[in-house]
Write a protein that binds this ligand. Structure first.
Ligand code: ANZ
Ligand code: ZN
Length: 828
């Protein structure tokens, strides 16, 4: 008897798979393709349990689809640009490139130990210039198409480190490194015009309803945030100027009693010039400038403002509306100015209370005339009141009619606003793809000529101790001849947001080695879109939105024909320990490296798959891991005991069931029923945990009946088939141990090359069970049902029995008790 030594078995099969190149995909138009992808990792140095989980899920899908006869693509690469590499450079004095590529090697070795069926021939890192050069080309082409522009924009600035910070580096408004308060500063930045696609990104969600989690769709929808309403002009009293406000509630115009401007509004400064409160206004503006915008719009944030001393005229009532600057109004949304309706908007209500402004009710919930004082705004629908000719109207109707009136008078118009903002892709960082732009004193902003790409990120720079990018100081990089006039010019020293790289990597995998173009068109059209994408919910609106946008933009540049990159999306749950997310500070981190050494890949895989369905959180427990390991040992022992007597006759092999002895027939029934259940669980949103449970049941059944079944030759055939079926069904989850036992059985081909077993419906038919049906405990009938019938099926049949029907007629059924395989009791 051979001992089970997981690590030895695993190394053996990993080598065999790799040597035979089983998982290296080729285009094959005769076969249906299946592209499964997990979000690629950042090369931090070691894989963590989150990686283990997501890549295991993807691997089971890939292996299953191979077995189902698909031509599968399952690639892997590295999201390799980004800040941690620069931090490591500062901390350990090691170059970001060295650090990154070393980490890749280490993580790759770990991933290989997990036995994933990955096509490593397509591997790349986004920091390879062979990759980012195409991104620079896209930049230039998007620019030509008007989808990229440069504009002054506020960024996070740390006065302590005198550098710009990424959003992720701002913690509670403070610099992560020196704790200085972060300020907002204006810098010229490059923007990708994602807003141009707002409507398409929104409508495209409808086509994803079958394949994407509802939650992600809802998050994207909210993020895009389409609002329909009106833009209305308000003349400023005594000045030859007017303010434009965007509102979703033109029906409340009669209740608009004051105006609020964003502190950053350009007209705020203009008005200050005419104001007696100039000083206060300026103080307010500069105070707001330092405050985080998220904070400012937080609904719990105290409302703040300053009166400008000036007034607008309400175009419908003619009354004077004092103009304020207010903290909760942002310049980025709508027009940066609002008409305030304190009776029907809670923020306006709080503001009005604080500054003693008029509150005028213009909508009543159901028209009842409760006009007394309120302690909060009524934001719901209702009947319009105090609204001149519109009084008595339903407010939805009022929205339309007031907008038409404003349009007629040419003082307003319908307007649609999106919450979605253009994507600022400039980063004042070193470890990223250089933005291919040159600044010339004579010619202005000049694109790098396409034949000069890539603009290589120089490696011979000294990373600065203060964390600022070394690029502006690299004379070699900075100084360049203007491509137009040949005068000395300067390169752009900002690099691209790393989310740009992850917006198209999935397309590059379709042919990662082509050097003459970003994509091989034929391969791209064959493989795209990704059939199954797997990744974390934290990317619901970041990466997943950017990638959708980029796909559409590349389509419009003529590179691809798909509209959506990811047909189906699975967002896996988190890996917890003791109910909390694993983190260094909590000290509850489980290291996959240790797991691999102690238990091996199959146990690690089995545990993560079995502990909970993929989309739910998974709580790591030692007992769970040990349980998974115990099961594999049990399977191994069963194999050692049985295999000498078994022969490689195939899984779910065909035989005449009616001739079998009872024990063998029952086991054969269980075999086919297991495949039916496992196939269903795999097909239906990848419920691997229940699939595994079904296989475990089958193993138990073999243990319980093997001695009896073994007695006849036919029985041994059944055992051969059943054990083969166990190995096949389990092989996507724990491929190594299955391959090993499969080879012990004497099969000549690898499991990795086998087809998924199909069950024989005939094998499932035989089992008819006699079920006793009682009404209030008294025998009223007997029904014969298939053993595979569900509880609901049996109950339905019981209630449908003629005699039973007679006894329950006209009475209320309180409860139906079901004892599987035995009885149904109807309680009246
Ligand atoms: C008057 C009004 C009356 C409003 C009322 C609401 C209720 P959504 O739905 O998110 O699009 N608003 C407009 N621009 C703003 C800005 N730049 N900063 C802060 N608030 C702004 O929200 C649209 C509503 O948010 C607009 O409709 C406006 O307030 C406010 F009973 O106008 B409303
Ligand atoms: Zn020039």
């Amino acid at each position: 008897m051979q001992n089970y030594e997981p690590v030895k078995v695993e190394e053996k099969w990993q080598k065999i798979w790799e040597d035979n190149r089983f998982f290296n995909s080729r285009c094959d138009s005769d076969k249906e393709k299946y592209y499964v992808l997990e979000m690629f990792p950042y090369p931090s140095g070691r894989i963590h349990m989150g990686h283990v989980r997501v890549y295991t899920i993807g691997d089971v899908v890939a292996r299953y689809k191979w077995m189902k006869g698909y031509n599968v693509l399952h690639p892997m690469g590295w999201d390799a640009f980004g800040l941690p590499a620069e931090n490591a450079a500062i901390e350990h004095g090691i170059h970001p490139a060295t650090w990154t590529y070393q980490n890749i090697e280490e993580m790759k070795a770990q991933l290989k130990k997990m036995g994933f069926s990955l096509d490593w021939e397509r591997e790349f890192a986004t920091c390879d210039k062979e990759y980012y050069c195409w991104e620079q080309l896209f930049f230039l082409e998007l620019w030509e198409k008007g989808l990229i522009y440069r504009k002054e924009a506020a960024v996070n600035w740390c006065p302590g480190c005198s550098t710009v910070l990424a959003n992720e580096q701002v913690e509670n408004g403070e610099c992560w490194r020196c704790d200085s308060e972060v300020e907002q500063r204006e810098f010229p930045q490059w923007f990708l015009k994602i807003t141009e696609y707002a409507e398409e990104l929104l409508n495209g969600l409808d086509r994803l309803t079958d394949g994407w989690p509802e939650r992600v769709l809802a998050m994207q929808q909210n993020w895009i945030g389409k609002s329909e309403g009106a833009e209305i002009e308000f003349p400023v009293a005594g000045l030859d100027t007017k303010l434009n406000a965007f509102t979703t509630r033109p029906d409340t115009l009669f209740g608009a009693t004051f105006m609020c401007l964003a502190p950053e509004h350009p007209q705020a400064k203009e008005l200050a010039e005419y104001s007696a409160y100039k000083q206060e206004i300026q103080e307010f503006i500069s105070r707001m400038q330092t405050e985080d915008k998220e904070n400012r719009v937080d609904e719990n944030r105290e409302k703040e403002g300053v009166f400008t001393g000036l007034y607008c005229i309400n175009p419908l009532t003619g009354s004077k509306m004092p103009i304020y600057l207010a903290n909760f109004v942002l310049m980025e949304y709508g027009t940066g100015a609002i008409m305030s309706v304190p009776a029907h908007d809670q923020r306006d209500f709080e503001f009005a209370r604080k500054f003693g402004l008029d509150i005028k009710v213009v909508i009543l919930p159901d028209g009842n005339a409760d006009n007394g004082p309120r302690d909060q705004a009524y934001e719901g629908p209702g009947i319009m009141v105090n609204s001149g000719p519109f009084s008595g109207m339903q407010n939805e109707q009022g929205k339309k009619e007031i907008t038409s009136l404003l349009e007629e008078k040419q003082i307003g118009k319908k307007s649609i606003n999106y919450r979605l903002r253009d994507w600022n892709i400039s980063r004042q960082r070193y470890w990223g793809a250089p933005i291919p732009v040159i600044y010339c004193e004579h010619c202005g902003i000049v694109p790098v000529p396409k034949q000069d790409l890539p603009v290589e990120l120089p490696l011979n720079v000294k990373n600065r101790a203060d964390g600022r990018s070394p690029l502006p100081e690299s004379r070699e990089f900075l100084n360049v001849q203007c491509p137009k006039c040949s005068a000395p010019a300067k390169r752009e020293t900002d690099t691209m947001d790393t989310f740009v790289e992850s917006s198209w990597y999935f397309a590059r995998y379709t042919d990662a080695s082509i050097e003459s173009a970003p994509f091989d068109r034929q391969s791209l059209d064959y493989w795209m879109p990704v059939d199954q994408y797997v990744g974390g919910i934290e990317h619901a609106v970041l990466h997943l939105l950017y990638a959708r946008f980029f796909t559409k933009a590349l389509r419009d540049l003529g590179y691809m024909k798909v509209d959506e990159p990811f047909q189906n999306l699975l967002t896996q749950g988190m890996v917890l320990k003791d109910g909390a997310k694993m983190s260094k500070s909590k000290g509850n981190v489980v290291d996959p490296g240790d797991m691999l050494e102690r238990f091996g890949a199959d146990t690690t895989r089995l545990f993560t798959l079995f502990a909970s369905p993929p989309e739910k959180d998974l709580d790591w427990t030692d007992q769970g891991v040990e349980g998974a390991q115990r099961f594999l040992f049990r399977l191994w022992r069963l194999g050692q005991e049985l295999i000498p007597e078994l022969s490689p006759i195939g899984a779910c092999s065909s035989m005449d069931g009616s001739e079998l002895p009872a024990a063998a027939r029952d086991l054969r029934w269980k075999e086919h029923d297991t495949i039916r259940r496992v196939t269903r669980d795999m097909e239906r949103s990848f419920q691997f945990n229940t699939a595994i449970a079904a296989i475990m049941e089958l193993v138990n059944e073999i243990y319980a009946n093997k001695d009896e079944v073994k007695k006849t030759e036919q029985g041994i055939n059944v055992l051969s088939s059943v054990f083969s079926t166990v190995l096949l069904a389990l092989s996507p989850m724990t491929p190594h141990i299955c391959e090993e036992l499969w080879s012990h059985m004497g099969y000549g081909t690898c499991l990795a090359q086998m087809d998924w077993p199909g069950y024989d419906p005939k094998a499932l038919e035989k089992e008819e069970e006699l079920i006793v049906v009682q009404v209030n405990g008294k025998l009223r009938g007997k029904i014969s049902v298939s053993a595979s019938a569900s509880e609901d099926d049996v109950k339905e049949m019981a209630l449908g029995n003629e005699n039973v029907r007679k006894h329950i007629e006209g009475k209320e059924v309180k409860k139906v008790i079901f004892v599987p395989g035995k009885l149904v009791n109807v309680v009246l």
